[in-house]
Ligand binder design. Sequence first.
Ligand code: PMP
Length: 438
Amino acid sequence: TRLSSPLSFEQSARQVRDNSQWISGGVNSNFRLNISPTPLVFERGEGPYLYDVDGNRLIDYYLGMGPMILGHRPEALCDAVRDQIERGILFAGQTQVEAEAARLVCELVPCAERMRFGTSGSEVDQAALRLARAATERQKVVKFEGHYHGWFDNVLWSTAPSLDVAGPADQPVPVAGSKGQLPQSADALDVLPWNNLEILQRRLAKGDVAAVIMEAAMCNAGAVHPAPGYLEGVREACTRYGTILIFDEVITGFRLAPGGAQERFGVLPDLATFGKAIANGFPVAAIAGRADLLDMFSSGGVVHGGTYNAQPISMAATVATLRSLKPSLYSLIDQRGTRLMEGMREAFASAGVQAVVTGFPQIFHVAFGLDAPARDYRDLARSNKKAYVAFTTGLLHRGVRALERGAWFMSVTHDDAVVDETIAAVADVARELKSTGV
Ligand code: PMP
């Protein structure tokens, strides 16, 4: 990179290289590969900060890819986990702590009449699709271009396709996300453009769609608002044509509002899936929704399993997290996130860099080279990604860690001082981007 480099990441680079003799690529998820200048190795996290093996303190806007809405190591959660570990680790039976966690989910999430816990977003999304197919006795599923629902064969289609192969905007061609994916796994899938109600209505009218699955605000690839009236229209069309509406709230759940995107936008799905912020970093996911659908697990012949579902330590973390999600927490994040977004806009404007900062104070994204907020994947795909990587790399060298792809996540520990420090770093990097002409 041509940007100056006050911080060094040599130890991280060396360790990732060394570790790759045991771990494929030195990382345990493909989404941690190809990070500039190197995937990092961390020693600890505290509040808004991560500390890496080079001795750098980084302001963290990855937040574990979204979960840590309370920041790193919140005290109440750490205490609850310590308490639970004294009682045991895994029972393959029921616990009071899981019942309390479930009660809290059902209290917070508008559509949650009933729920089940799982361990990852990918997996509960599979559970949701299975329920929808069983309930409707149909097979087809509609997903949207640029939306991510986990890494399994049947949904890893058109999550980040190159526009060269993605087909026309109004009729996207399903593009496999991975080699080795069963090609037939797209046979039961239609990929549509998001935020376009007419195209969806026309598709559902054929009467053969089991489920529509979507991120109700498109957050995996950015932070894109649903168009006014879009979610209401989708809800209405799904009801009219007997299609199950699934909101994938793995990112938006407990983040956009205590009750997620469905609370924020006032539209109820039939099923919703959760992960990430539900347990502030513990491997917990959930599927929630209509009781008649969820009860197909217990009495409708639909199988759902998992050795680690409702693992007690993770459930203690879930209870501690959900009890912390007071409205005051969201207004704090709202104020500070808004200030950060505005500060970034001013920094870009005064440096003369064209960038759109958009989304929500709890999760937002920055797109270079666009002159208006993205409405869908095609808009996001046209932003200047090279400039964005130069931007996040420049920030990293100034002690600010933001995802190279996707969004900025806020936690309640990102206070005004942290926000100010971030804005100063952004202003620096913006000037540098301008002068290097990236
Ligand atoms: N859905 C969405 C919207 C996501 O962002 C993710 C993860 N980034 C998933 C599902 C999959 O969750 P997990 O990584 O826990 O399997």
